[in-house]
Design a protein around this ligand. Structure first.
Ligand SMILES: Cc1ncc(COP(=O)(O)O)c(C=O)c1O
Length: 396
C-alpha cells in the first residue's frame, strides 16, 4: 500500500463542482485581482476568526513582512521569535532590516517558552513573534504579559493554525496581528499562494492595506501619517471615465505589491465553509494516532496544552530513531516528514547572527527527534491502520 504524506487531489474531488463553477464565473466576470471576491472573502474570514479586520495578501510570508512593517519594526530593532518553525518566520524579520532574536521552545508543545522570551528582552526589542507550530496555539497569556510589561507588539504567526483556539479565542485574534498562509498544503489552502493579516486595530488595518498596495491613495497617505507623523494633503486626478480611483497613482510609502487574486479568493471562500469539518477530521486522525502509538515506549505523542484546541496541521511525535523510522516508512510506501531538520538559529542564512550548537538546546533536540506522519482530512481508515502497523513493525 502507498500512503502519501499529503494528497490534495482528494479534497479537490470533494469541492470540484462548486469550485469549478465559481472560478469559471469569476473568469468570465473580468475582475482578476482584488475586487468584490476578495472583499467578500476578507469579510467572511474576519467573521470566522472573530476579528474586526482581515486584509488579504499574496502569501503568509508577505503577511509577516507587512505586519512587521505596520508595527513599525525597522533596521536595528529586535524581534524575539522561535527557532523551531518554517524559515519565513524569521526571514521576514531580517527582510525588514531588523534582527531576529531566537528564544528556546517548550519541549512538550514545541512552542516559544515565555520564560526564555523574557531573558532575551533588550531596549531594542520591538515585537514578539510567536508561532502556533503544527496548529497548536502558543502560551499567549505568558507572551502577552511580557509584551505588556515591555510595551511590545505581538505578531502571531498563525500560518499553520487557522481555526485553532486559545482559551476560546481563535488563533490570530489574540495578539496585535495574526498572520496566515493559504499555501496549498495548509489547513485552508488556495490553488496557489495567498495570505491574510488580521487585526482588531483600525489604524494598523489601514497601514496593512496601504503596504499591500504600493503605499498609495487614501490608505497610503493615512499610513504615512500613522507611521511617520507626516501629514500630506491628499493628491488626486479625476479619471475621465471613472474607471480608476482618482487618488490611485499617488504614493506615500515604499511598500509592496501583495494583492490577492480574485480566483484564489473565490476558492478560499468555498473552502472556508468546509474548514471546521476538515479540521474535525484531522482531530480524529490525531486521536487515532495518539491511541495507537501512545503505548510505544520510544514514542512521545504530541502534548496538547490545557485551554487550547489545536487544528493538527501536522502530527509530530518525538522518538530516538527519527531517520531510521523515516527510511523504514518510506520502504513501506508511507510518506513522512522531518519538520524541521535544522533549527533556524543554525541555518546557514542566519550564520551572521553568530549562534552556535548548544545555544537553544530544546529546539535543537526537537529537530533531531520529531517525525511527522500523514495527516489530512481525506486520509482513509485503512491507510491510517497501515501507517500505524508500519510504525509498530519498525519497533518490532
Ligand atoms: C509557520 C509558517 N510561517 C510562515 C509561512 C510562510 O507562508 P507562505 O508559504 O504562504 O509564504 C509558513 C508556510 O509556509 C509557515 O508554516
Amino acid at each position: 500500500m502507498e500512503v502519501r504524506i499529503l494528497d490534495l487531489t482528494r479534497q479537490y474531488e470533494i469541492i470540484k463542482d462548486e469550485v469549478e463553477k465559481a472560478v469559471l464565473s469569476q473568469m468570465a466576470g473580468g475582475q482578476y485581482i482584488m475586487g468584490a471576491a476578495v472583499a467578500e472573502f476578507e469579510k467572511s474570514f474576519a467573521e470566522y476568526a472573530g476579528v474586526k479586520h482581515a486584509i488579504a495578501v499574496n502569501s503568509g510570508t508577505d503577511s509577516l513582512v507587512i505586519a512587521l512593517r505596520a508595527a513599525g519594526v525597522k533596521a536595528g530593532d529586535e524581534v524575539i521569535t522561535t527557532p523551531f518553525t518554517f524559515f519565513a518566520t524569521a526571514e521576514t524579520v531580517a527582510a525588514v532590516g531588523a534582527v531576529p532574536v531566537f528564544a528556546d521552545v517548550d519541549a512538550d508543545t514545541y512552542n516559544l517558552d515565555p520564560a526564555k522570551v523574557e531573558e532575551k528582552i533588550t531596549e531594542k526589542t520591538r515585537a514578539i513573534l510567536p508561532v502556533h507550530i503544527f496548529g497548536q496555539p502558543a502560551d499567549m497569556d505568558g507572551i502577552k504579559a511580557i509584551a505588556k510589561k515591555h510595551n511590545l507588539f505581538v505578531i502571531e504567526d498563525a500560518c499553520q493554525a487557522v481555526g485553532a483556539e486559545y482559551k476560546g479565542a481563535k488563533a490570530g485574534a489574540i495578539g496585535d496581528f495574526g498572520c496566515f498562509s493559504f499555501f496549498p498544503t495548509k489547513n485552508l489552502g488556495a490553488f496557489g499562494d495567498g495570505g491574510m493579516i488580521t487585526t482588531n486595530d483600525d489604524d494598523l488595518a489601514v497601514i496593512c492595506r496601504a503596504l499591500r498596495e504600493h503605499g498609495m491613495a487614501q490608505n497610503g497617505a493615512k499610513a504615512r501619517f500613522l507611521l511617520d507623523g507626516v501629514k500630506d494633503d491628499l493628491e488626486g486626478t479625476v479619471s475621465p471615465d471613472g474607471l480608476y480611483n482618482p487618488y490611485k497613482y499617488y504614493n506615500y510609502l515604499i511598500a509592496y505589491n501583495s494583492r490577492l487574486d480574485a480566483i484564489q479568493a473565490v476558492i478560499l471562500s468555498i473552502k472556508l465553509k468546509y474548514l471546521e469539518s476538515f479540521n474535525a477530521n484531522r482531530k480524529k486522525i490525531a486521536e487515532y494516532y495518539n491511541q495507537a502509538l501512545g503505548g510505544l515506549t520510544d514514542i512521545k505523542i504530541p502534548h496538547v496544552s490545557e485551554d487550547v484546541t489545536p487544528v493538527w496541521h501536522q502530527y509530530a511525535f518525538r522518538c530516538s530513531h527519527k531517520d531510521e523510522i523515516g527510511m523504514f516508512l518510506s520502504s513501506k510506501g508511507v510518506g513522512s516528514a522531518a519538520f524541521y531538520p535544522v533549527p533556524l538559529h543554525l541555518q546557514k542564512a542566519f550564520s551572521y547572527l553568530g549562534y552556535k550548537e548548544g545555544d537553544l538546546p530544546v529546539a535543537e533536540t526537537l529537530t533531531k527527534e520529531t517525525v511527522c506522519l500523514p495527516i489530512f482530512p481525506e486520509l482513509r481508515e485503512d491507510e491510517l491502520e497501515y501507517v500505524v502497523r508500519c510504525v509498530r513493525e519498525f519497533y518490532q
